[in-house]
Design a protein around this ligand. Structure first.
Ligand code: NAD
Ligand code: UD1
Length: 352
């Protein structure tokens, strides 16, 4: 079978870098485009090191998706079999304060990407959507047919891009599009060489826990202890980032199915874990105590969210392999080897 070449937008980022590595190890050629707004070129360097003899199968271009001319140049230089589109801004709180920045970056960037893809006859796409589109689900597990909503501008960009994808396919049926709704990606590659490296104070639970463990932050605030859950704290479906990365390979394979149009799949484990359970698992993995402060609920947070995994298992032939102990083990391995992520203590608080 001919070697496939995949364009990965946002491939220097957290999920992107893990996916690029799995692609290289799986025999794909990969071209990464990223403006490094929320990432570091060191991630690409480390991916190359981990890829061994496949390291020559990756090239990297530092560019912004909204720079149409630069993107055109990349598409003119190579023929892509498919695009995996990770690039976007993802901080929910920031999106509430700077909605136009989010609409500009996420929507305009995506529209330009789709236009350039179409102009070059590349109509196969895997897009990073999010479980955020389920809002506060009335019941769990969340199936792909659940009603969709958006509680903030970030979530709205996901919802709008999903709708754009459905419209594109309805207009031109040669497009093949897979929308992947990720639940809560955590952990890191087992090597400890690549992982999540958020700028500024982390918004998400596990990056925050990790920074408490390495002494960068004093305490973890637990947002809400009065939910109707087994211990009162919120429940989520945490998924190991390597499992998530493998889900993208499964999605790429599915794009070869002649019957695929525009399809959506959840990528989760189907298991719910509370904040306190996650903290306990991390404490065991790291042998560090995480001091807690119980505070009120975070606005916009749902009570219980976890995935129905049946559709991905049946149609993508993909299932998550790792549990929370492995997620915490690998998160700690990354954190202890890289307490300041890809950077140093001096520039760790750099903000956009
Ligand atoms: P990330 O910030 O680590 O990676 C995104 C990458 O895109 C970064 O490297 C950033 O520099 C790049 N980027 C942003 N805007 C760009 C632009 N205009 N042009 C070029 N590059 C640009 O985030 P991640 O956690 O790896 O998430 C990847 C995707 O998955 C995002 O679309 C995110 O919304 C989505 N997602 C993430 C989560 C999560 O919890 N991490 C959950 C659901 C969905
Ligand atoms: C958040 C976003 C969601 C996004 C997802 C993945 C909000 C309201 N939602 O979801 O849109 O798709 O991240 O990027 O921001 N928690 C604490 N203390 C903390 C941080 C989190 O107790 O310092 C709790 C939360 O209340 C929640 C759980 O930990 O119960 C997980 O939080 P988080 O990692 O932010 O993910 P989501 O809330 O699922």
């Amino acid at each position: 079978m001919a070697v496939k070449t995949v364009l990965v937008t946002g491939g220097a980022g957290y999920i992107g870098s893990h996916t690029v590595l799995q692609l290289l190890l799986g025999g794909y050629k990969v071209v990464v485009v990223d403006n490094l707004d929320n990432s570091s070129e060191t991630a690409i360097k480390r991916v190359k090191e981990l890829a061994g003899k496949s390291k020559s199968n990756i090239s990297f271009y530092k560019l912004d998706l909204r720079d149409r001319a630069a993107l055109e140049k990349v598409f003119s230089s190579k023929k892509f079999d498919a695009v995996i589109h990770f690039a976007g801004l993802k901080a929910v709180g920031e999106s509430v304060h700077k909605p136009l920045v989010y609409y500009d970056n996420n929507l305009i960037g995506t529209i330009i990407l789709f236009e350039v893809m179409a102009a070059h006859g590349c109509k196969k796409l895997v897009f990073s959507s999010s479980a955020t589109v389920y809002g506060w689900p009335k019941e769990v597990p969340c199936t792909e047919e659940f009603p969709l909503s958006a509680a903030n501008p970030y979530g709205r960009t996901k919802l709008i891009i999903e709708e754009i994808c459905r419209d594109i396919y309805n207009a031109e049926s040669e497009w093949k599009i897979i929308l992947l709704r990720y639940f809560n990606p955590v952990g890191a590659h087992p090597s400890g060489s690549i992982g999540e490296d958020p700028r500024g104070i982390p918004n998400n639970l596990m990056p925050f826990v990790q920074q408490v463990a390495v002494g960068r932050l004093p305490t973890l605030k637990v947002f809400g202890t009065d939910y109707k859950t087994r211990d009162g704290t919120g429940i989520r479906d945490y998924i190991h980032v390597v499992d998530l990365a493998d889900g993208h390979i499964a999605a790429l394979n599915k794009l070869d199915d002649p019957n695929i149009g525009c399809e959506v799949y959840n990528l989760g484990t189907g298991k719910g874990t509370s904040v306190l359970e996650m903290v306990k698992a991390f404490e065991q993995a790291s042998e560090k105590k995480i001091p807690l402060v119980m505070v009120g609920r975070r606005p916009g947070d749902a009570e219980i969210v976890y995935a129905s995994t049946g559709k991905a298992a049946k149609e993508l032939n993909w299932k998550a392999k790792y549990g929370i102990d492995e997620m915490c083990r690998d998160q700690w391995n990354w954190a202890s080897k890289n307490p300041y992520g890809y950077g140093s203590a001096e520039n760790s608080s750099k903000k956009r």
